[in-house]
Design a protein around this ligand. Structure first.
Ligand code: HEM
Ligand code: HEM
Length: 221
């Protein structure tokens, strides 16, 4: 039977929240240092590689993390996405404890664009003084292509982030739904049945350490 009184439910586990806010800081740092160029590129490469480690962590966490961090819980088929879009147009979207069906795809889109950005960054050649750590393994033509993709995809990353922040603001203003605080403390008030999003922070730390180690090995090859 559905639980009728509101209660506090853990939605975003600690590793997911740490991932999010670290990602925000590092993406801002990468975009600014990438644009500034010059000496800032040294910091850019470090923050870009840290993003790569965060992405590896998030992919693993999408399989073993808390209920609402798992891809299986928020990647929905076209029927669910269409139904949610129709609810949205009608001004009556159903509340979702974790990511809504549209938001789930925007999360995947951001993760994919960031993976392409960090992945191509490894092979970049600015034709002045800086090469990505794996640049030596590809031909000049391949490096030039990957550098072009890196520069163009940076705009896509910025556009997706702007859309993401606009969606969060829309929820706050038009729907009076505060999504930001739950991303800080992890909890939402919820009426009805709900699965807790708990997952071991120690497991999260171990996976993050492995992801960091793998990226370190990759860039020092
Ligand atoms: C560089 C900037 C940002 C990036 C790359 C980014 C990326 C992401 C990603 C990947 C997720 C999915 C979290 C997960 O399941 O792992 C997410 C969720 C979320 N982000 Fe951001 N984010 C950014 C900035 C922000 C800012 C500035 C805010 C606050 C105003 C914000 C608020 C949120 C919220 C509330 C969610 C949860 C959405 C929901 O309830 O479904 N994000 N973000
Ligand atoms: C998701 C992470 C990353 C973001 C958001 C990012 C973003 C950017 C941006 C905005 C630029 C300037 C492009 C322009 O001139 O318009 C840039 C350039 C550059 N990035 Fe990244 N980057 C990331 C990861 C990396 C990584 C991992 C490396 C290498 C380890 C790297 C190496 C470089 C280099 C060397 C340049 C200068 C290329 C040039 O403009 O000639 N980036 N990046």
């Amino acid at each position: 039977m559905a639980n009728a009184s509101p209660r506090s439910v853990l939605v975003w586990d600690l590793p997911t929240r740490a991932f999010h806010w670290l990602l925000v800081a590092l993406v801002v740092c990468s975009v600014v240092t990438g644009k500034v160029g010059g000496n800032a590129i040294a910091y850019h490469m470090v923050s870009g590689c840290a993003i790569l480690a965060l992405l590896l962590f998030r992919i693993a966490w999408g399989f073993v993390g808390g209920r609402h961090a798992r891809f299986a819980s928020f990647v929905r088929g076209p029927a669910a996405v269409l139904a949610y879009a129709q609810e949205l147009l009608a001004g009556k979207p159903a509340a979702h404890l974790g990511h809504n069906p549209l938001g789930g795809w925007s999360v995947l889109g951001m993760l994919a664009a960031l993976a392409l950005q960090a992945g191509t960054g490894l092979f970049v050649d600015d034709e002045i003084a800086t090469q990505g750590p794996l640049n030596k393994y590809v031909s000049g033509a391949t490096a030039a292509l990957l550098t072009t993709i890196h520069r163009m995809n940076a705009k896509i990353v910025v556009a997706l982030v702007a859309l993401h922040v606009a969606a969060v603001v829309f929820h706050a203003l038009a729907r009076r739904e505060d999504l930001v605080r739950p991303m800080l403390h992890g909890r939402k008030h919820w009426v009805g049945d709900a699965d807790h999003g708990h997952a071991s922070p120690i497991l999260g730390a171990v996976i993050a350490a492995i992801a960091g180690g793998l990226v370190y090995i990759l860039v020092t090859l």
